[in-house]
Write a protein that binds this ligand. Structure first.
Ligand SMILES: NC(=O)c1ccc[n+]([C@@H]2O[C@H](COP(=O)([O-])OP(=O)(O)OC[C@H]3O[C@@H](n4cnc5c(N)ncnc54)[C@H](O)[C@@H]3O)[C@@H](O)[C@H]2O)c1
Ligand SMILES: CC(C)C[C@H](N)C(=O)O
Length: 365
């Protein structure tokens, strides 16, 4: 991989490699774009097949955060970290504290939070070394684990996508197939079950599946079978790239709407969904609830205000669906257009020179 070429092509600002031999920390912080504000994005810990795969994941996820934060109307840029390692075996206190010091060294250009493989307890360790971390324990005035709020936003987004596909946003009697019943999807299933949807679930972790089967009377299927089940809505809530050439021909659903980041393997897969008449709720619009929630911490956390903001995901998706119809494009392109337009407009409106935050014509004493 030619890193600078890749960064230039997709306009990345900075890539930071963090190494600490004592704790075993190997982390990559990718900062994509800080036009709107500091780069906010979670830290993923995962066993990557290669260093190149980890770098690529950090870069792809960071760019997704730029779009997510912009489309959500937040004054935040996009960034993400990946830590190379097994979250079940390789974590230790020194690792997250060393990582916290690297974040502190960026002096506010990057703010972190949870992602796949990291928890509130990990964020608390990072917080011992830096304040540029969110999603820490509520006793520090923080909002805690963002996953339940992400789930609430995804639930609202599924309703918006149902309105677009079926003419009504009621999920009563709808069959929804959920891939991965982890932190976000378990709470999502609670909302869907409460509204009267029938659930089909899968996970590579048997315990997670059993929990959902018991709590929500869900039907369980094997991981490879989830794409072809008879359902109205398919909700990918595990990892990325599951919408691809192999899976799209299998889908029976009329809607794809779920929590996972980077659901489309390639952008063209959004066009294939459109050709098949499937309504796709772009991932970075529907799954912005967590980031909206932790962004509220930057103003002093207020749960009611945060949840009100998360409800805007419904309208944001409706806007995306309207742009897609108006411009005769896929919803994935419409969502990117919406985010890019906001970034460009704000960039333009902030282009005048300022001296230390003051206007240049201000008299200096
Ligand atoms: N946590 C958040 O607030 C948040 C916010 C926005 C986006 N997301 C995204 O949502 C997705 C889920 O996040 P999470 O926090 O719930 O993570 P999680 O790790 O708690 O849940 C993911 C689940 O998917 C399962 N899984 C992995 N590969 C699978 C496969 N091939 N088939 C079936 N199941 C599989 C895992 O066993 C796990 O139970 C991720 O893509 C994450 O980036 C999360
Ligand atoms: C900042 C966090 C809530 C990030 C979250 N994991 C996301 O992808 O949106």
């Amino acid at each position: 991989m030619e890193i600078f070429k890749y960064m230039e092509t997709y306009d990345y600002e900075q890539l930071v490699f963090c190494q600490d031999k004592t704790s075993g920390l190997k982390a990559i912080i990718a900062i994509h774009d800080t036009t709107l504000g500091p780069a906010l994005g979670g830290t993923r810990m995962w066993t990557y097949a290669s260093e190149e795969a980890a770098i690529e994941d950090a870069l792809r996820l960071a760019k997704g955060m730029t779009y997510k934060n912009a489309a959500a109307g937040l004054n935040l840029g996009g960034g993400k970290t990946v830590i190379i390692g097994d979250p079940r075996k390789d974590k230790n206190e020194a690792m997250f504290r060393a990582f916290g010091r690297y974040i502190q060294g960026l002096n506010g250009r990057y703010i972190t939070a949870e992602d796949v493989g990291t928890t509130v307890a990990d964020m608390d360790l990072i917080h011992q070394e830096t304040n540029f971390v969110t999603g820490i324990s509520p006793e520090f005035g923080s909002s805690g684990n963002p996953s339940p709020v992400t789930a609430f936003g995804v639930y609202k987004g599924i309703k918006a996508a149902a309105k677009e596909a079926f003419g009504s946003d009621s999920l009563e009697g709808k069959t929804i197939a959920v891939q991965g019943v982890g932190n976000v999807a378990y709470t999502l299933c609670e909302h869907l079950h409460r509204e009267g949807a029938s659930l089909i679930v899968t996970d590579i972790n048997k315990e997670s599946v059993n929990r959902a089967v018991e709590a929500f009377n869900a039907k369980a299927v094997d991981p490879d079978d989830i794409y072809e089940v008879e359902c109205d809505i398919y909700a990918p809530c595990a990892l990325g790239a599951t919408i691809n050439d192999e899976t799209i021909p299998l889908l029976k659903a009329k809607v794809v709407a779920g929590a996972a980041n980077n659901q489309l393997k390639e952008s063209r897969h959004g066009d294939v969904l459109r050709e098949k008449g499937i309504v796709y709720a772009p991932d970075f619009v529907i799954n912005a609830g967590g980031v909206m929630n932790i962004a509220d911490e930057l103003n002093g956390y207020n749960k009611e205000r945060a949840l009100k903001k998360v409800e805007t995901i419904y309208d944001n998706l409706m806007k995306v669906f309207d742009i897609a119809k108006r411009d005769n494009i896929g919803t994935h392109v419409a969502a990117e257009r919406m985010a890019e337009e906001r970034i460009q407009t704000i960039k333009q409106s902030r282009s005048q020179f300022l001296l230390n935050g003051q206007h240049i014509l201000r008299n200096k004493q």
